[in-house]
Design a protein around this ligand. Structure first.
Ligand SMILES: Cc1ncc(COP(=O)(O)O)c(C=O)c1O
Length: 410
């Protein structure tokens, strides 16, 4: 019975996190949703609070997660197929709706084939575990998402080189020093970096990868995790590839759990890579896929995104993002340039970030305060995320509360 001693050790570690201020806050628990009506978007009821909240920290960028038509499609698929898949894909957990969705995603992104995983995190782990051999060097942006960092740890490449955030000269340095050292290079980057909503210059990155390709037996493979970009960024919601007009991305990873409003992850790439991942990716082979209901809802979300209605939602999302960005600048706050619906309000101070988050919370606004070590010291910020379900009046409400804070605090 070692659980007592384990509890003691882990308990001490938790206390230490609380003492140094890096412990996660208790989770806010939503217990009801007041659906959108008139010029009001949805409001969320949270346990322990009297006020209803506007969510300015949701990844559901198109607002699809609350739509009745999507809920209906999920219900119908669940009624037809049952709840869970009952097994991993290659045993008996493959349903026609999974295959339809994979085909649809591949077509949408202009790739040969698609493959679903239970989440984008699991997709990245599965892709990297399969593509990184003992003769592979991985080259990664320093601000890549935790799933890429952990994938690099797990896969134990021959070498890892980290380049400075978005620094193309440093990327070239990493490729330069890899010459003659390995057979394959995997360059891996987020498309959108979720902390600040900035994006990787995929056009430049793919050109650089091409320039170095011939120096390695298996070439330079470009893997992009665009979880915050797919569905939300680019004229047609095709993500950072569309926005940057890049042509050389070899493996694209996306999520169904953000703009698509559902749950799950996917990759789209060549037929051969997908076939290989079917044989090798542990997070695919040994873990259940998303449920048939989720797959059906995601397929419907994709149809909406491709339709005229989807284009209207994207246009509204861009308008609301622009309005909010301009609004916070007019009040006198600092933000960063960019068109993605992640809008950082740069506070650049830990204490003030916490104070502003608390003020917003008191006034019924949910936003995310990001302090060191999640962001570098001096880059403390409040991350706002705009959604297609925010109305112009919702944005005005949030801006008026920010204005009030400014008046009270200077
Ligand atoms: C780049 C990136 N990859 C993966 C994920 C995780 O996505 P999922 O919830 O589908 O695992 C995120 C979410 O924050 C992300 O930003």
């Amino acid at each position: 019975m070692s659980i007592k001693r384990l509890n003691q050790t882990l308990g001490n570690e938790i206390e230490e996190l609380k003492k140094v201020g890096t412990a996660k806050k208790p989770e806010m628990v939503v217990y009801d949703v007041v659906q959108a009506s008139g010029d009001r978007g949805p409001r969320f009821k949270v346990k322990g609070y009297d006020q209803e909240f506007i969510k300015m920290n949701s990844n559901s960028y198109l607002g699809l997660s609350q739509r009745d038509d999507l809920k209906k499609v999920e219900e119908e698929a669940t009624a037809k197929y049952g709840l869970g898949p009952g097994a991993v894909r290659f045993i008996s957990g493959s349903y026609d709706i999974h295959l339809e969705l994979e085909k649809g995603l591949a077509e949408f992104h202009g790739m040969e084939a698609g493959m679903l995983f239970s989440s984008a995190y699991m997709t990245t782990l599965g892709v990297m575990a399969s593509l990184v051999s003992t003769e592979t060097t991985v080259v990664s942006d320093e601000l890549n998402h935790n799933c890429i960092i952990n994938a690099m740890r797990m896969t134990r490449p021959k070498a890892k080189h980290i380049y400075k955030h978005l620094d193309m000269e440093d990327l070239k340095n990493c490729l330069e020093k890899s010459k003659g050292q390995c057979e394959r290079v995997v360059v891996v980057t987020d498309g959108i970096f979720s902390m600040r909503g900035d994006h990787a210059p995929l056009d430049e990155i793919s050109t650089i990868c091409e320039q170095y390709d011939a120096f390695f037996k298996d070439g330079v493979v470009l893997v992009v995790d665009d979880s915050h970009g797919v569905g939300a960024f680019g004229q047609n919601g095709k993500g950072t590839i569309e926005f940057t007009k890049a042509t050389g991305v070899d493996v694209l990873i996306g999520t169904l759990g953000k703009a698509f409003g559902v749950n799950g992850g996917y990759t789209v790439t060549s037929k051969t890579v997908v076939e290989y991942l079917h044989q090798k990716a542990p997070t695919y082979i040994y873990s259940n896929p998303i449920s048939p209901g989720e797959a059906a809802a995601a397929r419907k979300a994709l149809d909406i995104l491709k339709s005229e209605e989807g284009k209207k939602i994207l246009a509204h999302l861009r308008d609301m993002t622009k309005k909010f960005k301009q609004g916070i600048v007019d009040i006198g706050f600092e933000t960063l340039p960019g068109e993605h619906p992640v809008v950082p309000l740069m506070v650049r101070d830990t204490q003030k970030t916490s104070e502003l988050v608390a003020f917003l919370e008191k006034n019924g606004i949910l936003a995310t305060g990001l302090n060191y070590p999640v962001v570098p010291k001096g880059d403390e910020e409040i991350r706002f995320q705009i959604s297609g379900e925010h109305t112009s009046s919702d944005i005005d409400t949030v801006l008026s509360i920010l204005k009030e804070y400014r008046k009270l605090n200077g």
